[in-house]
Ligand binder design. Sequence first.
Ligand code: TYC
Length: 123
Amino acid sequence: MFFMASKTPNSPPVAPKTTRPQDDDGGSVVLERRTQKTKPPQMYQVVMLNDDYTPMEFVVVVIQEFFNKDRETATQIMLKIHLDGKGVCGVYSRDVAASKVEQVQAAARQAGHPLQCVSEPAE
Ligand code: TYC
């Protein structure tokens, strides 16, 4: 069976809008403070590892190329890795960090060097 609505449903009574000056909010908007529900995504650091065979110059060029560092910064990072055994080359989202690791390992393999790097959750 089909019924056509003959009139719009009754809406609830609305209080008459006051015009008293003391009730005027002046058009201001009050924003409620809420605790943030979404956490920022986990970031990943790409850590390069030292070895005894990869030439320093190769490591510097890799850091410049894949981690967008200038030569000065790349050299400092390389020396830190050389002295401490490892060092952070950059911090990225998970997928970008994984792709950096792949790119570095592919370049190292192609050049015949044992250079290794890994990605791990940052702090
Ligand atoms: N230890 C290497 C050398 O003396 C240099 C090197 C630095 C290798 C950093 C790897 O991640 C590395 N030739």
